[in-house]
Ligand binder design. Structure first.
Ligand code: CDP
Ligand code: CDP
Length: 230
């Protein structure tokens, strides 16, 4: 039974949003919605169609006829674009390098936000992204803004790549993260910024469990509060 709780988790690249959001969703039996995966899925499709990331009208037209599905599979979330499984394909360097350029267009964001709000209406959810607490669900019951030093975030991505058997240059990763944060923070529409009423958590020296426990505490408090108000 839905409790009417929406958990919004925002922050810059590799702050730990998706890892922690998945844990919080699982422990609360909420649905996890990865809005970054939605922008990545669109980016994959734009690149497939050889559309320029600056051609906002063509991108909006493409998005209008594109199905993006986030499935909660046993072994994690699967992402589908018009039925094709793109879970791995949306994590390539090429997609990562273009996604912020595509996500900056106001008319692209407008359509994405509509889809995200629809998803958030149906269930108790944990949603992560850049503009969830400020724009997509400004009245979310729980709002968290995760941050960490750029060195720590680059190290996390580096370790992640190592585990996949990929050797990447640390400085290149760090530059990529800084560049994406710069574009996301400076765009005109719904930029990456902490909502005034979001709880800021610096995760630089925190473990995944520390961060998840701290958010779960807020979720439990919100459940009590909602229950009390009927
Ligand atoms: O996981 P990672 O930090 O690499 O990024 P992501 O959450 O997958 O998001 C990829 C990109 O999508 C971001 O850098 C933003 O440009 C865009 N995005 C956005 O504009 N708004 C959101 N709510 C989520 C992602
Ligand atoms: O979604 P976002 O881009 O914010 O970050 P993520 O993909 O969830 O986390 C990036 C990496 O940092 C993952 O490999 C996590 O295991 C790791 N991480 C960590 O080491 N310590 C934390 N407190 C949170 C995440």
């Amino acid at each position: 039974e839905a409790k009417g709780i929406r958990v919004a988790i925002d922050g810059p690249a590799a702050a730990g949003k998706s890892t922690v959001a998945k844990i919080v969703a699982e422990k609360s039996s909420f649905i996890y919605i990865d809005t970054g995966a939605m922008y990545r899925a669109l980016t994959w499709k734009v690149l497939q169609n050889r559309i320029s990331p600056e051609d906002s009208q063509s991108i909006v037209d493409l998005l209008a006829k594109t199905d993006i599905d986030l499935e909660q599979g046993k072994s994690g979330q699967r992402v589908r674009v018009d039925g094709d499984d793109v879970t791995e394909a949306i994590r390539t360097e090429q997609v990562t390098g273009s996604v912020s350029h595509i996500a900056k267009h106001p008319n692209v964001r407008e359509q994405m936000v509509q889809r995200q709000r629809k998803l958030a209406n149906k269930h108790d959810i944990v949603m992560d992204g850049r503009d969830i607490g400020t724009h997509v669900i400004p009245n979310a019951e729980v709002k968290v803004f995760l941050k960490a030093s750029v060195e720590e975030r680059a190290r996390r991505r580096y370790d992640e790549n190592m585990q996949k058997g990929l050797t990447t240059d640390f400085e290149t990763l760090k530059n990529e993260i800084e560049e994406r944060d710069r574009i996301d923070s400076n765009r005109e529409t719904a930029p990456l910024v902490k909502a005034d009423d979001a709880i800021a958590l610096d995760t630089t020296d925190l473990t995944i469990d520390d961060v998840a426990s701290s958010i779960l505490e807020k979720v439990n408090q919100a459940i009590i509060n909602e229950g009390g108000s009927g």
